[in-house]
Ligand binder design. Sequence first.
Ligand code: ATP
Length: 493
Amino acid sequence: MEKQVKNEQMEKLTSLCKRRGFIFQSSEIYGGLSSTWDYGPLGVELKRNVKNRWWQDIVISREDVVGMDAAILMHPKVWEASGHVANFHDPLIDCRNCKARFRADKGVFYFKCRQCDYNFQIDNGLISTAQDFRKYFNNDMSAADVEHYKGSNCPHCGGQQTVDLEKLLCPECGSGNLSEARQFNLMFKTHFGPSEDSTSEVYLRPETAQGIFVNFDNVINTSRMKMPFGIGQIGKAFRNEITTGNFIFRSREFEQMELEYFVKREESQKWYEYWVNERFNWYLKLGIRAENLRLRPHAQEELAHYAKACTDIEYKFPFGWSELEGVADRQTFDLDQHNQVSGKKMTYFETETSSHIVPAVVESSAGVDRTILTVLADAYWEDAEHDRVVLRLIPQLAPIKVAVLPLVNRDGMPEIAKAIFHDLKRFMAAFYDQGGSIGRRYRRQDEAGTPFGITIDSQTLEDGTVTLRDRDTLAQIRIAKDRIVKVLQEKIA
Ligand code: ATP
């Protein structure tokens, strides 16, 4: 059961993504397969640019990180060792009234003060109340954290710890007639080979990280990395999520960019802080506005038993603050587990002490699709002054770097434009468009996030210069035809 938050901003973004060929509903002609998405011509370029940027910054540019690419299908024992078979569950609730199924934390929470009856609801991360909530809590209406309000002081009558969770309601029909929560494993099962019995059962990986852990020994033996060092991987992951929705935010098939950074146990805190900081800054470098990003360290009771610390990097999505990436100090849990279950050593030989040690691991786990949603939501701009919608993507991420447009379809302008276009194509993603008025052609490119436009006009015929238009400022300068590639390369870099 999927619940889409009705949110004007999200609807605008989803519709732009479809209109411009960024993202389509999967299997749309058959009515769609909910919560799976296809990336179209612009979307695939944006996705590649995001992944390339991560790979460049996390793997290529660093001397302490190597990459790998593990198979999606792995031995079932991997998931026993990792704890996913036993623990990768979400609490599932059934609504007896409308038969909806939802994750326990995705219900509608109805809070009430037992002293004065002040009440409010939290529905999919958004707070609603009959009274002016803002006045009392002085809080961000979209930043509703259910745990935060359980047992809090009443902002209305001042009662101490009198705000109780009164009831949990179905997010679909609002009924309180719900089943108890039961555990539901999120891994997709399939069969390996021609027989379909339990001996052939395998899982689609729910995260890429385990592919790194099981190859730990292979990687250190072949790459001769010295600690601290990391292994990075980008790849598909699958989770049979109970509640999906909010476009590509939570889907059943998605991609992750994960780094497992191996360190001496006593140094894990230092490296954990380092990676929280590095990763936060990475999003700033993608052009995300700082006021829309925050760090949310996990409280002790939220941590998995083996984790020493964990911080979510959150973005203020149109539907509220939500996780974009998790950075965690996982200690030696993963390597210990594989060591124990496989019987193979998962250790690092420390030359200084001449001993085999199990390194601790600091993990950075980011979603490709969530990064794309973040980048798109942050770039979306309605420029009322010029009556246009603009995706203010940084040039490096923009699917098309430059559009080449002849002002009119005659006087040899299309021929010159085509020659420039073909020249540019050798160096960057360029687009040629001669259909429709110049204003409309610009607007299409603004919506696609194309940072630069080259126009060939009558002056080009006279002096060989073209106009170079900047998407955001709308400033136009004239440059010589033969300087276009160089000027653009400089601007994009
Ligand atoms: P959530 O609680 O939001 O489902 P999670 O805490 O289970 O996320 P992790 O297991 O930490 O997520 O996964 C690491 C990252 O992978 C997340 O920060 C997110 O960017 C991405 N991710 C996880 N599940 C999904 C999903 N169903 N769809 C898209 N991206 C996902």
